[in-house]
Design a protein around this ligand. Structure first.
Ligand SMILES: Cc1cc2nc3c(=O)[nH]c(=O)nc-3n(C[C@H](O)[C@H](O)[C@H](O)COP(=O)(O)O)c2cc1C
Length: 337
């Protein structure tokens, strides 16, 4: 029995299948972080293409937490209306919508203060951040909570906290970037504290499904490995996180040997070790690959990035590859498949 097109229920939300669009920055916003017509077409196309859940691109919880000045934002109430249009586009074609709440930390390239767990630059091409004060930390925690409220008002079905790829939260989790000597540095418990506070602050405002994206491997000696995330994931589950979205890398410059399904074992390690639901991502490009992951029970959700940039109709192609007939999101498209 093919599993890729089985529905999946998280709290009150049911995804029609296991195919999730990965969060991918499009850098098509203007300085104000507002949704543009492009975003509606871009995400709407993947909804028409049959994706079960669309996770929108990293969306900044504070203006200084943008990667670039073309990032989407959710730091102000004026963003709610535009974001609600993305949700409406997704829902119109049967997809659920998630927003990835993000703070770029030391990878921000916008004007203004750059902050991170410690005053270490990512590379010589980046500015050296200021080590965050306790007041800065509280500001960021409240910014995530405020963003969660706005996301709820925009109608999102799922929230995802971006704790991967070397952005702010990741710089606290990894011992390679966190050299703090206070309650936010040192032990795993302390390095987890910022994420703990963010999850708790969001959970006070949000009852719906909550995902956290992590970088499960730093690919550098002395850095994090998937086994470290078993404990982190147990803590997250206790706090009400529903799904760990398992990515890897980018907290420090490192060489990554990427090949089809290369991050699946990380997801499986966390799923089995912490008994949590996981999504897996990374070089999954065919229906057979996606199905194999589910058949082997390595992950609960299949997260697709670049293949969905190449082909918004990936779900229909995957169905064809697996001998499944899908109901079309637009009736007349039946004639094409
Ligand atoms: C253009 C582009 C933008 C991306 N932006 C984000 C992002 O905003 N947030 C994030 O967590 N990952 C981001 N990623 C990583 C993807 O979500 C995904 O993990 C990665 O592309 C590997 O999956 P794939 O091989 O299916 O593309 C981005 C990747 C690409 C190609």
């Amino acid at each position: 029995m093919v599993k890729l097109f089985d529905s999946y229920t998280i709290r009150e939300i049911t995804l029609k299948n296991r195919i999730v669009m990965a969060p991918m920055c499009t850098y098509e916003a203007k300085e104000d972080g507002e949704v543009q017509p492009f975003h509606l077409t871009h995400y709407g196309s993947r909804a028409v293409g049959g994706v079960g859940l669309i996770i929108t691109e990293a969306t900044a919880v504070l203006p200084e937490g943008r990667i670039s000045s073309n990032d989407l934002g959710i730091w102000d109430n004026h963003h709610i209306e535009g974001q609600s249009k993305i949700v409406a586009q997704a829902h119109a074609y049967g997809a659920k919508a998630a927003i990835q709440l993000a703070h770029a930390g030391r990878k921000s390239t916008v004007d203004g203060r750059v902050v991170a767990s410690s005053a270490l630059a990512f590379s010589e091409n980046y500015r050296t951040p200021e080590e965050m004060t306790l007041e800065d930390i509280e500001t960021v925690v409240q910014a995530f909570a405020g963003a969660a409220i706005r996301a709820q008002q925009a109608g999102f079905d799922v929230l995802e906290i971006h704790a991967a790829h070397g952005y702010l939260v990741n710089t606290f989790l990894s011992p390679l970037t966190n050299k703090r000597t206070d309650d936010y540095g040192g032990s795993a418990e302390n390095r987890y504290r910022l994420l703990r506070n963010i999850i708790d602050a969001i959970r006070l405002k949000w009852d719906g499904p909550l995902f956290v994206r992590v970088s499960a491997h730093d690919y550098t000696e002395g850095g994090l490995v998937p086994e470290d995330f078993i404990q982190f994931a147990r803590w997250m589950a206790t706090q009400g996180v529903d799904v760990i979205d398992v990515s890897s890398g980018a907290v420090v410059p490192a060489t990554i040997n990427a090949y089809p399904l290369y991050q699946v074992p990380f997801a499986k390690t966390i799923k089995e070790g912490a008994n949590v639901a996981v999504g897996t991502v990374g070089l999954i490009t065919t229906g057979q690959e996606a199905e194999q992951v589910l058949q082997e029970d390595s992950a609960d959700l299949i997260i697709i990035g670049r293949e969905l940039l190449r082909d918004p109709y990936f779900p229909y192609r995957a169905a064809q590859q697996l001998g499944v007939t899908l109901e079309p999101t637009v009736e007349v498209y039946k004639r094409a498949w």
